[in-house]
Design a protein around this ligand. Sequence first.
Ligand SMILES: NC(=O)NCCC[C@H](N)C(=O)O
Length: 404
Amino acid sequence: MNLRLNSEFGTLKAVLMHRPGKEIDRLTPYNKSMLLFEDVPYLEAMQREHDVFTDLIKHSTGATVYRLRELLMQVISDKVILENLMKDALSKSGMSHLSDEILGRLSTAECATALTAGVKVHELKKKIPNLQRTELLDYAFIIPPSPNLYFQRDPIALTPGGVVFSSMKMEGRKREADLLRTIFENHPEFKDHVNRVFPINGHENPASIEGGDIIVLSKKAVAIGNSERTDEKAIYHVAKSLLAEGTVERVYEVHLPKKRQYMHLDTVFTILDENLVLTYPDALNAVLQTSLYTLKEIQDDKVHIKRQILNESLLTVLEREIPHLEILHTADGNPDYAMREQWFDGANVFAIGPRRVISYNRNIYTNRALRDMGVEVLEIPSSELSRGLGGPRCMTMPLSRSKI
Ligand SMILES: NC(=O)NCCC[C@H](N)C(=O)O
């Protein structure tokens, strides 16, 4: 599988998803904000909604749906990989020294759960009865949970030039990128197809970037949101690496308001066809300052890029990149409904093919506007999935699409 994507709307052939699991049950009214949720979801209902979503993708496209948990289990059957992941997960609570003891008592499936849903002290005491660490509270996490894992769009991104492994901004999501990177760099199905664009050197990188901020405009152009989650430093490095690779010729940095409802660029607009974009009303006209990175020269193996501040709206930029551009506004531009539906990711539909999208059923005015425009809209239930504030695009990581 060639891990590069040239469009946002080519017919879907393979996608990575994560069915919400025990990590969701870790959310309480007290930790939900820190873990980036608006409410405490009802896990079983959430799983039912997610199953509808997955089945719909399979039946409407015939695409292969890869499951994060299965890939993780396959990868951690290698003891060294598991040890590294476990030590790293425990390091956040200063407990790496417990790694061998934990690994000696947990099955592979239990390890996968520990790495995604976290582990609490009282749970560990059941497995390791002589663990008497009085300084630790029974209900404290020894490994923190990753309840946002079902938003597979964010820990990794595929571009025309290769793979970006995110460096997540928020503490509650940092470990997701480590899991995904370990999977893609070690799983036999993927490891030989990863051309890593970011991070460039080693694991540690102080810059932050999340997949939801990366939108492929065409084979030659990529837009990256400078947002609540993604900073200028990361964009610079990704731009440099992409431009040096040579497929992409233009990288746009789009400044977004640093607000939760616009947390990533894909909360503001998505591309549904070669010339159709769905967007929150006026977002493209707003003063979203945009910079353009292009390649200056490569001399003695040193890559030099040029950054140009563009005094034009994102709309003008998109019109240049996407010939005959048509713009569709969420809720057909009605300000109240657009605002309500923006909160539940109205613009964040998932394109499974040209003018074919999967959308939350709750965004009724946006879905109506899409259908009026001739877009096929497949709806999924959204009472629980939406409590984490992310839509169908956020929940999917396309790995392969038909070429445009
Ligand atoms: N691409 C996206 O916009 N993803 C949604 C992520 C929601 C998650 N609760 C977060 O705050 O990171």
